[in-house]
Ligand binder design. Structure first.
Ligand code: FNR
Length: 353
């Protein structure tokens, strides 16, 4: 088994067609934000406490009133079928084999919601792109709710897909058979064309009220990067916030997510849970995010790397490595539970900006 998540990335790169690898791995523009996500974690130093008898750390986390085995969920990523023919089916199986944590299923999942729900030993959440044709979004949400999904994650950073130059250069097209299994009709060869035709680019905060009017599920908004927007989201009545720059795939030039987390944490003031994604690759990254105010993190690309490397078992192994690292780091830092994690756990090297 690989020893680090980077090892799974190397395996995935060997196995995937180069244009598919570029689609999964790439960011928008010059990929400055993609690099910033990783760099923000690299600037963090941990400050351990010694002689605290922390040999068996407890990774359970409480989020939105539910207990998770660890504070790490699966971020919504379109078309897991690009990385493995079983797609999201393998993802939910593999995640469940390692830990009971939520898997956020994309609007563009390659497998039907009902099949995933039948398979899943983990909570399923639905990521929502709000379409111009609201009846499409309404059907999607109703369908997921009927299948037993437990929360909605409304992505708010994507009026249309960002300009991902690798995909432009490769003229990236979805391979035959890779289709959005939960949307009617599939006449779009590229994700970018689909987003421009279908997404509502003129959304405002009233979309939260609309979503609440069609569903009783908790609503999180994904793509918050400032304290002002976090405050606005809480005022709009959301149940949680996901600090995210879409893995560097939307507006290039925004900071790494960990860098904006303290501002968002201060603005939210504990009123709703905060999740974060972007560049989480090591157990100690999870601790850094929690120290700066996150209740949990999500991982995107590493799950796809596990899928490409070995289907459900690959996903299980990715979680196993990450959670082993988390337990190891907690023990060495003198942490018995995640409730003991606070801002005093980290210091930061000065930012280059
Ligand atoms: C994404 N992401 C994403 N987000 C979303 O809300 N809906 C989606 O359908 C997708 N699709 C998608 C496809 C691919 C290939 C990637 C890499 C990412 C963004 C995703 O949820 C998450 O924000 C980032 O992937 C997190 O960063 P890391 O963990 O990949 O660094």
């Amino acid at each position: 088994m690989e020893l680090t998540l980077d090892g799974f990335a190397r395996l995935a790169r060997e196995r995937l067609d180069p244009p598919v690898w570029d689609f999964l791995e790439g960011g928008a523009g010059e990929e400055r934000t993609l690099a910033a996500n990783a760099a923000a974690f690299d600037r963090i130093w941990l400050r351990p406490s010694v002689l605290r008898g922390a040999s068996r750390p407890e990774t359970v986390a409480k989020v939105l009133g539910r207990t998770w085995d660890a504070p790490v969920a699966v971020a919504p990523v379109a078309y897991h079928t690009l990385a493995h023919p079983e797609g999201e089916l393998a993802t939910v199986r593999g995640t469940g084999a390692a830990a009971k944590v939520p898997v956020v299923i994309s609007t563009f999942a390659g497998r039907p919601f009902a099949d995933l729900a039948a398979e899943a030993a983990v909570p399923l959440w639905l990521q929502v792109y709000c379409m111009r044709d609201r009846s499409v979004t309404r059907r999607l949400v109703e369908h997921a709710e009927r299948a037993g999904f437990e929360a909605l994650v409304l992505t708010v950073d994507t009026p249309h897909l960002g300009r991902r130059l690798r995909d432009v250069r490769n003229d990236f097209r979805l391979p035959p058979g890779v289709v959005p299994a939960n949307l009617d009709g599939d006449g779009f060869a590229t994700p970018s064309a689909h987003s421009r035709a279908a997404f509502d680019p003129d959304l405002d905060w009233s979309v939260v009220d609309w979503l609440r009017s069609i569903s009783a599920l908790p609503i999180l908004v994904k793509g918050i990067l400032t304290g002002a927007d976090a405050r606005r989201a809480v005022e709009a009545g959301v149940d949680g916030i996901v600090v995210s720059n879409h893995g560097g795939r939307q507006l290039d030039g925004v900071p790494g997510t960990l860098d904006v987390l303290p501002e968002v944490t201060a603005a939210v003031g504990g009123r709703v849970p905060i999740l974060l994604d972007g560049g989480v690759r090591r157990g100690r990254d999870v601790l850094a995010a929690l120290a700066l105010g996150a209740d949990a993190v999500l991982i995107g690309r590493p799950v796809l790397h596990g899928l490409a490397a070995g289907g459900a078992e690959g996903v299980r192994d990715v979680f196993t490595v990450l959670l082993d690292e988390l337990t190891d780091a907690m023990s060495l830092a003198g942490l018995r539970t995640l409730a003991e994690v606070g801002p005093e756990l980290v210091s930061q090297a000065p930012s280059p900006h």
